[in-house]
Design a protein around this ligand. Structure first.
Ligand SMILES: [Zn+2]
Length: 478
């Protein structure tokens, strides 16, 4: 086994950018003097992924199953090409704020087991553990990496590839799928398309946003840009790049792809208590560049984004020209009387006249904000696990529990579709937490969801989902 072949040399941190540690939602432990309740300083929706991140590409083979790549120099250059493309894609999408440094131990790692021995219910977690152990035995400092992408024969149920917590599992070698699965490991759901009347009948097309790596990838190339809500959550654009529209006016937009030029990258308009309209220009997409796309994003990081069709009856894929074209108007009279008109003049930045009807009943409730304190966002869990959240209603206060009537903490088994309830606790005062002995409870290794339902004293509620990877197998390995 030869040592690591670095995919490219270590790059210095981009000037002015600090490395963000594990778990973007990890705030909330600073207690003000005289108080024992932590301030809810984070929001589970935010998951900064910035600076230099180290990624391990692990190509594995089994006693009875070959690797997805030949163990030849050709095989290695094939993996390196994928690594280059994935790294480029994230560099472009993040405007240089994220640098993936990808290492490829070579030749493929032999897992000294038969592929046929794995139980497809638990195989993903066990393959991950076995692959990391094989890498460690080969001299790789596996704990110094932020993510791992495992290329393996498909020995699991469901989709060809998955991303969960900090790991992507690939049973194919498609670059766009690697980009997509890494997207799941940084907290992203899918980018869907509503094919039909934006406010009426239609069909939700899963992955139907052609322009986002979390969609189908039909238009995929390494220069594709993520949707504005994803960029904000990852820290690739800033809160200051987003304009929350609370009054009527005419607003101009910077292209999504080039933030920070003195105009907002996106408008955010409240749609209901738990979702917003996001309005922005995809300037590098020829079929969208003359207008603004309108997308729905919710307060649960697990809820898919939904691109709306502002231009129905298109030839080919309905989503291809979904933007609000010049001269067109989108009205949602139910959501506080919103009207958005594209009034762009030739040669000007995209210009939108937004009218919020003062007579309509506006969306006024601010729902509770949820931050997950435990388990850490990027670590698998085992044994006795503490699940903890900090929650407040910002209309009432910023201390944990302010304005909160009760919180329901649940664990769901994501091995089922829809995920099935494992256990649940209702807590009426901080700390909002419970511990679960995963072994005593007989939970199998796999993918789980920590669900937090926060209910405010004003009746407003918010539900969030948080990915959990249960691995009681690793500690049994020699
Ligand atoms: Zn996916």
């Amino acid at each position: 086994m030869s040592p690591l072949r670095p995919h490219h040399p270590l790059l210095p941190l981009l000037a002015g950018l600090a490395l963000i540690g594990c778990g973007g939602g990890g705030g909330g432990t600073d207690a003000p003097s005289g108080s024992t309740q932590p301030v809810v300083s984070g929001n589970v929706l935010d998951y900064p992924f910035l600076g230099t991140k180290r990624v391990l590409f692990l190509v594995v083979e089994y006693l009875d199953e070959p690797a997805l790549f030949a163990s030849t120099p050709d095989g290695l250059s094939q993996v390196q090409r994928i690594a280059d493309t994935v790294s480029d894609a994230y560099r472009v999408d993040s405007n240089g704020r994220l640098q993936l440094e990808i290492d490829i131990p070579w030749p493929p790692l032999l897992i000294p087991r038969r592929a046929s021995e794995y139980d497809p219910e638990t195989s993903q977690v066990h393959i991950r553990a076995d692959a990391l152990r094989a890498a460690k035995l080969a001299g790789v400092a596996v704990s110094s990496y932020d993510r791992e992408v495992i290329f393996s024969a498909k020995l699991w149920n469901g989709a060809a590839a998955h991303g969960w917590v900090r790991t992507a599992w690939m049973s194919n070698t498609l670059e766009r799928v690697v980009v997509h699965e890494i997207g799941h490991t940084i907290g992203r759901p899918h980018a869907d398309f509503w094919d039909g009347d934006p406010l009426g009948p239609g069909t939700l097309v899963r992955y139907g946003d052609l322009f986002d790596p979390m969609g189908t990838g039909q238009l995929w190339n390494r220069f594709l840009h993520s949707s504005a809500p994803f960029k904000l959550r990852s820290g690739w654009i800033q809160q200051g790049d987003i304009l929350s529209v609370t009054q009527s006016g005419t607003y101009q937009l910077a292209p999504l792809e080039t933030p920070g030029i003195g105009l907002p990258s996106a408008l955010r308009i409240r749609r209901d208590n738990t979702s917003d309209y996001w309005v922005y220009q995809r300037a590098t997409e020829p079929t969208l560049a003359d207008g603004a796309v309108i997308q729905i994003a919710s307060s649960n990081p697990f809820d898919d984004l939904i691109l709306l069709d502002m231009n129905q009856g298109s030839p080919g894929d309905e989503a291809i020209d979904a933007r609000l074209a010049p001269g067109e108007v989108f009205d949602d009279l139910s959501a506080g009387g919103i009207s958005i008109e594209n009034v762009t003049k030739p040669g000007d930045p995209i210009t939108l006249a937004v009218t919020l009807d003062p007579l309509a009943s506006p969306v006024t409730d601010v729902v509770p904000i949820v931050d997950v304190l435990s388990p850490p966002r990027e670590d698998p869990v085992s044994g006795v696990v503490k699940f903890a959240a900090a929650v407040d209603d910002p209309e009432v206060g910023s201390l944990d529990g302010d304005g909160i009537d009760h919180v329901v903490l649940s664990i769901l088994d994501a091995g089922f579709d829809p995920p099935s309830l494992v256990t649940s606790r209702t807590v009426s005062a901080p700390p909002f937490e419970f511990t679960l002995d995963t072994e005593a409870a007989g939970l199998r290794d796999g993918f789980y969801i920590f669900q937090v339902d926060a209910v405010g004293t004003d009746g407003g509620s918010n539900r969030i989902w948080y990915r959990v990877l249960l691995d009681n197998y690793s500690k049994t390995l020699p």
